[in-house]
Design a protein around this ligand. Structure first.
Ligand code: ADP
Length: 402
C-alpha cells in the first residue's frame, strides 16, 4: 500500500489550523495554528517532531496564510516536503453541508457551488471554509481536494427529530431544521465503540457525548445518527464553553425589551458570553473552572453541576429514543479528561443499566478504555476523538483510489 502525505485544514474566521499526516500509517508529520489573520500581526505556531516553533508574521487573508503554511512545510530545516506535489490530498473541514452531503466528497465545481449556497446557513463558518478551499486549490493544484462536513453523519436523522414546532413552510422555504454538528467525531467514536464490543459498525446503539469547547450529544441507532443535541446552529443543546445551549426562546424577547439589546448583541450574548463562562464567571475553560471549584468557588461548583445535569437529561432522553442502548461514549477535551463530569452525568442511573466503575473512571491511562463496571448492562467508554485524523482518512480513501 502506497503512503500518502495528506494535509488537513480547518479554517476559522481568522485562523487556519492544519495537520499533515502520513497515511495510512496515521502518523502526524507536522501541525500548526495560524491565528489573528487580518490583524497587524498574525501568530504562527508550528509543531514538527515534538518541537514547537513560533513566529509573528503579517498575514492579510487565508490565501496568504496558506502560502505561509506551505512555506513552512517546504522549509529546508523544518520542512517535511520538498515540493507541494508531495501533498497528494488536502482534506477540508466544512461545517455545513446542509441536506446535500451525507459523506465526504471530492471538491468539484458543483460541490463548491453547494458549499457557497450553504453559506447563509452557516455564515460564521462556511465562508472561511470556502476561502481555505479556494486558497488550497491554488497552492496545491495537483492535490485531490476533499470536503468533510460536520453535518454529514446527521443526515440520517428522521423528520420526527429534525423538524421544529414551527410552521412547516419554514422548513420548505428557509431550510430550517435540525442539522447537527461534530458529525465526524460522533461517527468515529460510535464506530470505534462497535469495534471495541466486537461488532460491526451497524450493530450498535450508542449515545455519544462530545464534550469539548463545543458540546453535543448524539443518539446512534444501528450505526446511524437518529438525533443530536445541536440543531439548526451549534447553539442548541448542551451547555458549552461560551454557548448557552437550550434556553426558552422567550428569554430572547424579554432581554431584547428589558436590556434594549439588538440582534447582534443577543447573538454575542448567547454564543460568546454564556455557557460555562457566563455561569461560572471564571472562564470558558473547564480546567480553570475545576481549579476554582476545588478551592471553594461556589459559582464554579454550581456551573459544573448544571453542565452535568444537562448532559444527564439528554442521555435520559436518548435512552428513550433508542429503546435499547449498548454503549455510552465520552470524547473530546472534557469528555476524555474530566472523571467528575462522567461520574455526575451518569449518577443514579443504575435502574437504566448504567453503572460506572469509579476506579476505572479515575484512571488516566490508557486513554481509550471501558469505564463501566462488569455488571453494567450498558457499556461506558472513553474514546479519544481525532477529527483531523478522520478527515485525513476520508481524504486518503479518495487519493488511494486515484
Ligand atoms: P475543541 O472543541 O476546541 O476541539 P477540546 O476538545 O480541545 O475543544 O476541549 C476543550 C475543553 O476540554 C476545554 O474546556 C478544556 O478545559 C477541557 N480540557 C482539556 N484537558 C482537560 C483536562 N485534563 N481536564 C479537564 N478538562 C480538560
Amino acid at each position: 500500500m502506497q503512503s500518502e502525505k495528506i494535509l488537513v485544514i480547518n479554517c476559522g474566521s481568522s485562523s487556519i489550523k492544519y495537520k499533515v499526516f502520513l497515511m495510512p500509517q496515521e502518523k502526524t508529520l507536522a501541525s500548526g495554528l495560524l491565528e489573528k489573520i487580518g490583524d497587524k500581526k498574525s501568530h504562527l505556531k508550528y509543531l514538527v517532531e515534538g518541537k514547537i516553533f513560533q513566529t509573528d508574521i503579517s498575514v492579510k487573508n487565508h490565501i496568504e496564510g496558506l502560502e505561509v503554511v506551505s512555506g513552512y512545510l517546504k522549509d529546508k530545516n523544518l520542512g517535511i516536503i520538498k515540493d507541494v506535489k508531495e501533498i497528494t490530498g488536502v482534506g477540508h473541514r466544512v461545517v455545513h453541508g446542509g441536506e446535500g452531503f451525507n459523506s465526504s466528497v471530492i471538491i468539484t465545481e458543483k460541490v463548491l457551488k453547494k458549499i457557497e449556497e450553504y453559506k447563509n446557513l452557516a455564515p460564521l463558518h462556511n465562508p472561511h471554509n470556502l476561502a481555505g478551499i479556494i486558497a488550497s486549490s491554488k497552492l496545491f493544484p495537483t492535490s485531490v481536494q476533499v470536503a468533510a462536513f460536520d453535518t454529514a453523519f446527521h443526515t440520517t436523522i428522521p423528520p420526527v427529530a429534525y423538524l421544529y414546532g414551527l410552521p412547516y413552510n419554514f422548513y420548505k422555504d428557509f431550510s430550517i431544521r435540525r442539522y447537527g454538528f461534530h458529525g465526524t467525531s460522533h461517527r468515529y467514536v460510535s464506530r470505534r465503540a462497535a469495534g471495541l464490543m466486537g461488532r460491526n459498525k451497524y450493530q450498535i446503539n450508542a449515545i455519544t457525548c462530545h464534550l469539548g469547547n463545543g458540546c453535543s450529544i448524539t443518539a446512534v441507532k444501528s450505526g446511524h445518527s437518529v438525533d443530536t443535541s445541536m440543531g439548526f446552529t451549534p447553539l442548541e443543546g448542551l451547555i458549552m464553553g461560551t454557548r448557552s445551549g437550550d434556553i426558552d426562546p422567550g428569554i430572547i424577547f424579554y432581554l431584547a425589551e428589558k436590556m434594549n439589546l439588538d440582534l447582534k448583541q443577543l447573538n454575542n450574548l448567547l454564543n460568546k458570553e454564556s455557557g460555562l463562562l457566563g455561569l461560572s464567571g471564571v472562564s470558558n475553560d473547564f480546567r480553570d473552572i475545576s481549579q476554582e471549584a476545588a478551592i471553594g468557588n461556589k459559582k464554579a461548583q454550581f456551573s459544573i453541576e448544571i453542565f452535568c445535569y444537562r448532559i444527564k437529561k439528554y442521555i435520559g432522553s436518548y435512552l428513550a429514543v433508542l429503546g435499547k442502548t449498548d454503549a455510552i461514549v465520552f470524547t473530546a477535551g472534557i469528555g476524555e479528561n474530566a472523571p467528575l463530569v462522567r461520574k455526575k452525568s451518569l449518577e443514579n442511573m443504575e435502574n437504566f443499566g448504567i453503572i460506572l466503575d469509579d476506579e476505572k473512571n479515575n484512571l488516566s491511562q490508557p486513554k481509550e478504555r471501558e469505564i463501566s463496571s462488569d455488571n453494567s448492562s450498558i457499556k461506558v467508554f472513553i474514546i479519544p476523538t481525532d477529527e483531523e485524523l478522520r478527515i485525513a482518512y476520508d481524504t486518503y480513501q479518495f487519493v488511494s483510489k486515484k
